[in-house]
Design a protein around this ligand. Sequence first.
Ligand code: 5GP
Ligand code: MN
Length: 330
Amino acid sequence: MVGSLEQVAQAIRAYNKFLITWHVDPDPDCVGSGLALKQALQAMGKDVICVSPDPLGEWFEFLPGIESCAVFTEGFSPHVDAVIVEDCEPDRCGGLVSYLKSGVPIINIDHHGTNLGFGQAFYINPRAAATGEIIYQLLTEYLHVSLTEAMATNLYAALAGDTGTFRYSNTNSRVLAAASELVKHGANPAEIAVHLYENRAYEEVDFLRAALDTLEISPRGEMSWITVTKTMLGERQWSGQRSEDLIKYPRMIKTVKLAIMFRELDAAKTKVSFRSRDNIDASKLAALFGGGGHMHAAGCTIDKPLPEAKAMVLEAAAELLAASPGNGSE
Ligand code: 5GP
Ligand code: MN
């Protein structure tokens, strides 16, 4: 844990005009957390805008207040007292990075252990299952905001998103207790689950056909991967939930301890997602290639064409698996 939530609360109390932003490839945790925080700060009388580095897409439309989110465009440089960067470090904010380096005060809130903490006030707690859990604590224990149904729905979606709706190893009594409070304040678990998992267009499910056709597995069965090329993706936009939709297949194989997804961003850029089990530290693997994340969910972007990036990552992954106790070739 680095920084302090009290310091973050103090900085928030001190300023009036905020911009809230998050990481590229947005997911329910960063967007739900950002919207709930915006609504809470507005309830405190502050002036707040949310700006997403990447388009949000239809999938996020169920989050209350999403229509008020702006998407970054070139030349965007608003005048605010402070920027709250949540669910990532400032370097993962895509087009906003140069604005964030212009000297505007930054408040950083995150749960990724690979984030060292940035700005004049920060709080990074890798034990939090989601950034939404930290925002929940900030609003209820530090800023004493009364939770509205909109805030509760946004925060519940954040918790559900990052815990695979309370199934992953980051699910614990704390996050379930927070979820319970959010339901008391109006979040509807069944409705949110439908939005998260069962509102795909036919084209989305159809795309799985092509993606699943690329599924591969290592000879010993402990590593499996899926590959998405630009050609396969066609005109479809990418957004955070698509990673979850796809990587769950290599991950669900019972012998697999490390699931990987390779995605061609352009001719010389490849995005890699990792999901792991047990003692396999995916964030270490991602860090080897300049990325980061959590022990069991991490990612990186490699400046190499897909085949080269794939070969490098698969070699490093095989080494990591061989070096991890209980997974070697002995
Ligand atoms: P995903 O594979 O869904 O993009 O991301 C999995 C996890 O790894 C998320 O917690 C995400 O924030 C983190 N992650 C993904 N890509 C990167 C990256 O390029 N840099 C860092 N620091 N974290 C990443
Ligand atoms: Mn998160």
